[in-house]
Design a protein around this ligand. Sequence first.
Ligand code: ATP
Ligand code: MG
Length: 356
Amino acid sequence: MAKYRIAVIPGDGIGKEVMDEGIRVLEVAGARYGIEFQWDHFDWSCELYKQTGRMMPEDGLDQIADHDAIFLGAVGFPGVPDHVSLWGLLIPIRRHFRQYINLRPVRLLHGVFSPLANRSPGEIDFYIVRENNEGEYSEIGGRLYAGTDEEVAVQESIFTRKGVDRALKYAFELAQQRHRKHVTSATKSNGIIHTMPYWDERFEEMAKAYPDVTTDKFHIDILTAHFVRNPDWFDVVVGSNLFGDILSDLGPAATGTIGIAPSANLNPEKEYPSMFEPVHGSAPDIAGKGIANPIGQIWSGAMMLDHLGETDAARLVERAFETVLAESEVRTPDMGGNATTQEFGYAIAESAARMS
Ligand code: ATP
Ligand code: MG
């Protein structure tokens, strides 16, 4: 029997509510395929920050370094600045554990309304591969002449050959496993004249090693327009940290509610634990009401199973929520229903239990 130790960080707001449903559904899939989970809970959150001044204990990273994966809900709380939860928890985990790929599937499911007119399931089915460790999100920079009329803010971007190549390589290898075998690169080499031409150069170089994969590239501005107008063009889209971030909010918006979108922060070599979390935040506006959509968390759990090599269990979880959406009216309010988080989670868990 396979056994996995999972570090569970429910976080804040609806993170704590959807986590229960994620675990519930994974337990069902695990039981089916002889997988045992050990769920170790960590209360790292903005709540902890307010009590202790830290999002996680000083030796936090050591505490979870030996786990097989990290399952995260969402962090963030009104009154605690966003950069505290980001730089106090998410970014240290992503960087320390070399989770240099942020992977997000964008897939229109049956029974889900897309804000894009005339789009049906099957037409929108692609992955966004975001470089997750460097690029535009760097700590290098600062202020000159602070507080004066001459004040200047400087922010440096860092694109290393190693960092760019490994993100591109991941994208090409993912495309190779897919039916369409196509990679689209997000760039902006007309405006950003040092780092983006470098990105393009490395992309062209990498493409040579994958002759069976077709490619194209777009400037980020027109690419966002194509996401809306021609989402069927895409198979695997790769972008830098900033461009990937923007695209990976836009993609899920095209496939219905942000409440269903999953993501994986991957260390593909499995030298360190990878982290799986829904795309949405802690949603303070609906926190505590028990109406958050748990699918983003549950689908992230499926991505975690995939990463652990438990692909049958991963497919079972995906089929379970796809079936509930396609064949029943059970939905949370963000999808036009009136089910609670728990009712939706139970329905998906039951669907998983019934699945042949
Ligand atoms: P963060 O900065 O942490 O990303 P945010 O304020 O940008 O947070 P979210 O917390 O994701 O964004 O919330 C954006 C909107 O989407 C809110 O109105 C929220 O209620 C809604 N929302 C987010 N997640 C869900 C969910 N799982 N179910 C239903 N609605 C959700
Ligand atoms: Mg946000």
